[in-house]
Design a protein around this ligand. Structure first.
Ligand code: NAG
Ligand code: NAG
Ligand code: NAG
Length: 253
Protein backbone atom coordinates (compact mmCIF):
# COMPACT_ATOMS: atom_id res chain seq x y z
CA UNK A 1 0.00 0.00 0.00
CA UNK A 2 1.30 3.38 -0.96
CA UNK A 3 1.62 5.39 2.19
CA UNK A 4 3.09 8.67 0.98
CA UNK A 5 -0.30 10.01 0.09
CA UNK A 6 -2.01 8.79 3.18
CA UNK A 7 -4.97 10.68 4.43
CA UNK A 8 -6.55 9.49 7.58
CA UNK A 9 -9.96 8.26 8.37
CA UNK A 10 -10.58 11.10 10.77
CA UNK A 11 -13.65 9.58 12.30
CA UNK A 12 -14.08 6.02 13.20
CA UNK A 13 -17.17 4.45 14.52
CA UNK A 14 -16.27 1.80 16.93
CA UNK A 15 -18.47 -0.85 18.33
CA UNK A 16 -16.94 -0.88 21.73
CA UNK A 17 -17.43 -3.13 24.68
CA UNK A 18 -16.19 -1.30 27.74
CA UNK A 19 -14.29 -3.49 30.09
CA UNK A 20 -16.00 -2.09 33.19
CA UNK A 21 -17.77 -5.41 33.61
CA UNK A 22 -14.54 -7.27 34.26
CA UNK A 23 -14.17 -6.69 37.96
CA UNK A 24 -17.39 -8.16 39.19
CA UNK A 25 -17.34 -9.53 42.68
CA UNK A 26 -16.33 -13.09 43.10
CA UNK A 27 -17.69 -15.53 45.61
CA UNK A 28 -16.71 -19.12 45.89
CA UNK A 29 -18.75 -21.30 43.60
CA UNK A 30 -17.93 -24.77 42.50
CA UNK A 31 -18.50 -25.99 39.02
CA UNK A 32 -21.35 -28.33 39.84
CA UNK A 33 -24.14 -29.40 37.48
CA UNK A 34 -26.51 -27.32 39.62
CA UNK A 35 -24.47 -24.15 39.08
CA UNK A 36 -24.24 -24.98 35.40
CA UNK A 37 -27.99 -25.48 35.21
CA UNK A 38 -28.84 -22.27 37.11
CA UNK A 39 -26.41 -20.20 35.12
CA UNK A 40 -27.75 -21.59 31.86
CA UNK A 41 -31.29 -20.76 32.93
CA UNK A 42 -30.26 -17.23 33.75
CA UNK A 43 -28.54 -16.80 30.37
CA UNK A 44 -31.54 -18.18 28.52
CA UNK A 45 -33.90 -15.94 30.41
CA UNK A 46 -31.92 -12.76 29.75
CA UNK A 47 -31.05 -13.26 26.07
CA UNK A 48 -33.03 -12.89 22.89
CA UNK A 49 -35.03 -16.13 22.30
CA UNK A 50 -34.60 -15.83 18.52
CA UNK A 51 -30.80 -15.97 19.03
CA UNK A 52 -30.34 -19.18 21.07
CA UNK A 53 -27.52 -18.60 23.51
CA UNK A 54 -27.04 -22.36 23.95
CA UNK A 55 -25.25 -22.35 20.59
CA UNK A 56 -22.62 -20.05 22.03
CA UNK A 57 -21.90 -21.91 25.27
CA UNK A 58 -18.99 -24.22 25.94
CA UNK A 59 -19.01 -25.90 29.35
CA UNK A 60 -16.01 -28.08 30.31
CA UNK A 61 -18.09 -31.15 29.41
CA UNK A 62 -18.34 -29.96 25.81
CA UNK A 63 -15.82 -31.75 23.59
CA UNK A 64 -14.85 -28.44 21.95
CA UNK A 65 -14.24 -26.61 25.25
CA UNK A 66 -10.45 -27.07 25.24
CA UNK A 67 -9.95 -26.11 21.63
CA UNK A 68 -12.12 -22.99 22.01
CA UNK A 69 -10.20 -22.05 25.16
CA UNK A 70 -6.80 -22.63 23.55
CA UNK A 71 -7.53 -21.03 20.22
CA UNK A 72 -6.88 -17.47 21.37
CA UNK A 73 -4.43 -18.40 24.09
CA UNK A 74 -1.36 -16.74 22.62
CA UNK A 75 0.97 -17.45 25.52
CA UNK A 76 1.66 -21.14 26.03
CA UNK A 77 2.67 -20.53 29.62
CA UNK A 78 -1.06 -20.44 30.39
CA UNK A 79 -1.82 -23.64 28.51
CA UNK A 80 -1.07 -25.84 31.52
CA UNK A 81 -3.35 -28.02 33.60
CA UNK A 82 -2.33 -26.11 36.75
CA UNK A 83 -3.71 -22.82 35.39
CA UNK A 84 -7.30 -22.08 36.54
CA UNK A 85 -9.90 -22.72 33.85
CA UNK A 86 -13.15 -20.88 33.13
CA UNK A 87 -16.41 -22.48 34.23
CA UNK A 88 -17.71 -21.82 30.77
CA UNK A 89 -16.86 -19.94 27.60
CA UNK A 90 -19.57 -17.80 26.06
CA UNK A 91 -18.71 -17.10 22.44
CA UNK A 92 -21.29 -14.33 21.98
CA UNK A 93 -23.14 -14.40 18.67
CA UNK A 94 -25.52 -11.56 19.41
CA UNK A 95 -25.51 -8.47 21.58
CA UNK A 96 -28.17 -9.93 23.88
CA UNK A 97 -25.67 -12.66 24.77
CA UNK A 98 -23.34 -9.98 26.11
CA UNK A 99 -26.15 -8.39 28.08
CA UNK A 100 -27.12 -11.76 29.56
CA UNK A 101 -23.48 -12.45 30.46
CA UNK A 102 -23.26 -9.20 32.42
CA UNK A 103 -26.55 -9.77 34.26
CA UNK A 104 -25.86 -13.42 35.11
CA UNK A 105 -22.24 -12.84 36.11
CA UNK A 106 -23.50 -10.42 38.70
CA UNK A 107 -26.36 -12.53 39.97
CA UNK A 108 -24.18 -15.64 40.20
CA UNK A 109 -21.09 -13.94 41.63
CA UNK A 110 -18.90 -15.10 38.78
CA UNK A 111 -16.07 -13.02 37.45
CA UNK A 112 -16.34 -12.24 33.75
CA UNK A 113 -13.18 -12.04 31.65
CA UNK A 114 -13.59 -10.47 28.23
CA UNK A 115 -11.49 -11.75 25.36
CA UNK A 116 -11.62 -9.59 22.25
CA UNK A 117 -10.22 -11.93 19.63
CA UNK A 118 -6.63 -10.76 19.44
CA UNK A 119 -3.45 -11.70 21.22
CA UNK A 120 -3.22 -11.48 24.99
CA UNK A 121 0.22 -12.51 26.16
CA UNK A 122 -0.55 -11.73 29.80
CA UNK A 123 -3.53 -14.05 30.12
CA UNK A 124 -5.70 -11.38 31.74
CA UNK A 125 -8.60 -12.14 29.44
CA UNK A 126 -8.66 -15.89 30.06
CA UNK A 127 -7.14 -16.64 33.48
CA UNK A 128 -8.32 -15.73 36.97
CA UNK A 129 -7.91 -17.05 40.49
CA UNK A 130 -11.57 -16.34 41.26
CA UNK A 131 -14.37 -18.50 39.81
CA UNK A 132 -14.81 -17.04 36.35
CA UNK A 133 -16.05 -17.46 32.82
CA UNK A 134 -14.87 -16.03 29.51
CA UNK A 135 -16.99 -13.76 27.38
CA UNK A 136 -15.31 -14.45 24.06
CA UNK A 137 -15.90 -11.84 21.38
CA UNK A 138 -14.23 -13.51 18.41
CA UNK A 139 -17.52 -14.12 16.58
CA UNK A 140 -18.36 -10.42 16.70
CA UNK A 141 -15.76 -9.11 14.29
CA UNK A 142 -17.67 -7.36 11.49
CA UNK A 143 -15.95 -4.41 9.83
CA UNK A 144 -17.95 -2.07 7.61
CA UNK A 145 -15.82 0.56 5.92
CA UNK A 146 -17.45 3.56 4.25
CA UNK A 147 -14.86 5.39 2.17
CA UNK A 148 -17.43 8.07 1.26
CA UNK A 149 -17.88 9.03 4.91
CA UNK A 150 -14.30 8.13 5.88
CA UNK A 151 -15.69 6.10 8.75
CA UNK A 152 -16.06 2.48 9.68
CA UNK A 153 -18.03 0.45 12.19
CA UNK A 154 -15.83 -2.17 13.77
CA UNK A 155 -16.94 -4.85 16.20
CA UNK A 156 -14.80 -5.45 19.26
CA UNK A 157 -13.73 -8.97 18.23
CA UNK A 158 -11.93 -7.90 15.04
CA UNK A 159 -8.15 -7.68 14.93
CA UNK A 160 -6.24 -4.61 13.76
CA UNK A 161 -4.89 -6.59 10.83
CA UNK A 162 -8.45 -7.25 9.67
CA UNK A 163 -9.33 -3.57 10.01
CA UNK A 164 -6.30 -2.51 7.94
CA UNK A 165 -7.09 -5.16 5.36
CA UNK A 166 -10.72 -4.09 4.95
CA UNK A 167 -9.68 -0.45 4.59
CA UNK A 168 -6.99 -1.33 2.03
CA UNK A 169 -9.53 -3.31 0.01
CA UNK A 170 -11.51 -0.12 -0.51
CA UNK A 171 -8.87 2.57 -0.65
CA UNK A 172 -5.11 2.90 -0.93
CA UNK A 173 -5.00 6.39 0.50
CA UNK A 174 -6.77 5.72 3.78
CA UNK A 175 -5.65 4.08 6.97
CA UNK A 176 -6.30 3.97 10.68
CA UNK A 177 -3.82 4.94 13.41
CA UNK A 178 -3.96 1.70 15.40
CA UNK A 179 -1.07 -0.38 16.64
CA UNK A 180 1.76 -2.12 14.83
CA UNK A 181 0.79 -5.72 15.50
CA UNK A 182 -1.90 -7.07 13.20
CA UNK A 183 -2.89 -9.70 15.77
CA UNK A 184 -3.99 -7.17 18.40
CA UNK A 185 -7.72 -7.23 19.09
CA UNK A 186 -9.52 -3.97 18.37
CA UNK A 187 -11.49 -4.07 21.63
CA UNK A 188 -8.42 -4.31 23.82
CA UNK A 189 -6.34 -1.93 21.76
CA UNK A 190 -8.78 0.95 21.68
CA UNK A 191 -9.90 0.55 25.28
CA UNK A 192 -6.22 0.85 26.26
CA UNK A 193 -5.67 3.99 24.16
CA UNK A 194 -3.81 2.36 21.27
CA UNK A 195 -0.70 3.79 19.69
CA UNK A 196 1.23 2.93 16.59
CA UNK A 197 3.37 4.41 13.84
CA UNK A 198 0.87 7.12 12.95
CA UNK A 199 0.60 8.58 16.45
CA UNK A 200 2.70 11.67 15.67
CA UNK A 201 0.28 12.92 13.10
CA UNK A 202 -3.03 11.37 14.10
CA UNK A 203 -2.82 10.54 17.78
CA UNK A 204 -4.09 7.43 19.48
CA UNK A 205 -6.56 4.94 18.08
CA UNK A 206 -8.98 6.07 20.80
CA UNK A 207 -8.67 9.68 19.62
CA UNK A 208 -10.18 8.58 16.32
CA UNK A 209 -13.25 6.96 17.80
CA UNK A 210 -16.28 9.12 17.13
CA UNK A 211 -19.01 6.85 18.39
CA UNK A 212 -19.39 3.67 20.34
CA UNK A 213 -22.15 1.33 21.30
CA UNK A 214 -21.59 -0.44 24.55
CA UNK A 215 -23.12 -2.70 27.12
CA UNK A 216 -23.22 -0.83 30.37
CA UNK A 217 -22.09 -2.96 33.30
CA UNK A 218 -24.60 -1.42 35.70
CA UNK A 219 -27.81 -1.73 33.74
CA UNK A 220 -26.57 -4.12 31.01
CA UNK A 221 -28.39 -2.01 28.45
CA UNK A 222 -27.24 -1.57 24.91
CA UNK A 223 -26.59 2.11 24.36
CA UNK A 224 -25.12 4.41 21.78
CA UNK A 225 -22.92 7.09 23.27
CA UNK A 226 -22.58 9.60 20.48
CA UNK A 227 -22.96 13.10 21.84
CA UNK A 228 -23.61 11.86 25.35
CA UNK A 229 -21.54 12.55 28.42
CA UNK A 230 -20.51 8.92 28.43
CA UNK A 231 -18.68 9.38 25.16
CA UNK A 232 -16.61 12.17 26.64
CA UNK A 233 -16.01 10.04 29.69
CA UNK A 234 -14.50 7.39 27.42
CA UNK A 235 -12.23 9.94 25.83
CA UNK A 236 -11.28 11.47 29.15
CA UNK A 237 -10.19 8.06 30.28
CA UNK A 238 -7.98 7.88 27.21
CA UNK A 239 -6.40 11.20 27.98
CA UNK A 240 -5.61 10.11 31.51
CA UNK A 241 -4.11 6.92 30.20
CA UNK A 242 -2.01 8.82 27.73
CA UNK A 243 -0.51 10.82 30.57
CA UNK A 244 0.26 7.69 32.58
CA UNK A 245 3.49 5.94 31.70
CA UNK A 246 1.96 2.48 32.00
CA UNK A 247 0.16 3.10 28.73
CA UNK A 248 3.42 2.88 26.85
CA UNK A 249 4.41 -0.41 28.44
CA UNK A 250 0.98 -1.95 27.96
CA UNK A 251 1.05 -1.28 24.27
CA UNK A 252 4.37 -2.97 23.59
CA UNK A 253 4.03 -6.12 21.56
C1 NAG B 1 -20.65 -27.96 22.35
O1 NAG B 1 -21.18 -26.65 22.26
C2 NAG B 1 -21.61 -26.28 20.97
C3 NAG B 1 -22.01 -24.84 21.03
O2 NAG B 1 -22.96 -24.63 22.02
C4 NAG B 1 -22.75 -27.19 20.54
O3 NAG B 1 -23.14 -26.87 19.23
C5 NAG B 1 -22.28 -28.62 20.58
O4 NAG B 1 -23.36 -29.45 20.30
C6 NAG B 1 -21.71 -28.95 21.95
N1 NAG B 1 -21.10 -30.26 21.90
C7 NAG B 1 -21.28 -31.14 22.85
C8 NAG B 1 -20.57 -32.43 22.64
O5 NAG B 1 -21.97 -30.93 23.83
C1 NAG C 1 -2.17 -26.71 24.70
O1 NAG C 1 -1.93 -27.95 25.29
C2 NAG C 1 -2.59 -29.02 24.66
C3 NAG C 1 -2.41 -30.27 25.50
O2 NAG C 1 -1.15 -30.29 26.07
C4 NAG C 1 -2.06 -29.17 23.24
O3 NAG C 1 -2.71 -30.23 22.58
C5 NAG C 1 -2.33 -27.87 22.50
O4 NAG C 1 -1.78 -27.92 21.20
C6 NAG C 1 -1.75 -26.70 23.25
N1 NAG C 1 -2.20 -25.49 22.59
C7 NAG C 1 -1.42 -24.43 22.42
C8 NAG C 1 -2.04 -23.25 21.73
O5 NAG C 1 -0.29 -24.40 22.79
C1 NAG D 1 -22.17 -4.27 8.65
O1 NAG D 1 -23.02 -4.35 7.54
C2 NAG D 1 -23.87 -5.47 7.56
C3 NAG D 1 -24.59 -5.53 6.24
O2 NAG D 1 -25.10 -4.26 5.90
C4 NAG D 1 -24.81 -5.36 8.74
O3 NAG D 1 -25.65 -6.47 8.81
C5 NAG D 1 -23.98 -5.30 10.01
O4 NAG D 1 -24.81 -5.09 11.13
C6 NAG D 1 -22.97 -4.17 9.95
N1 NAG D 1 -22.09 -4.30 11.09
C7 NAG D 1 -21.62 -3.23 11.72
C8 NAG D 1 -20.72 -3.52 12.88
O5 NAG D 1 -21.87 -2.10 11.39
Amino acid sequence: MKRSNLSMLPFFFFFLLLTDGILLTARATSCSPKVEHDFLECLNFHSEPSQPISQALYFPTNSSYSSVLQFYMRNRRFNESTIPKPQLILTALHVSHIQAAVVCAKSHGLEMRIRSGGHDFEGVSYVSNAPFFILDMFNLRAINVSVEDETAWVEAGATLGEVYYRIAEKSNIHGFPGGMCPTVGVGGQISGGGFGNLIRKYGLAADNVIDATLVDAVVASWIGVNGEDLFWAINRRRRLQLRGSSCVQNQAC
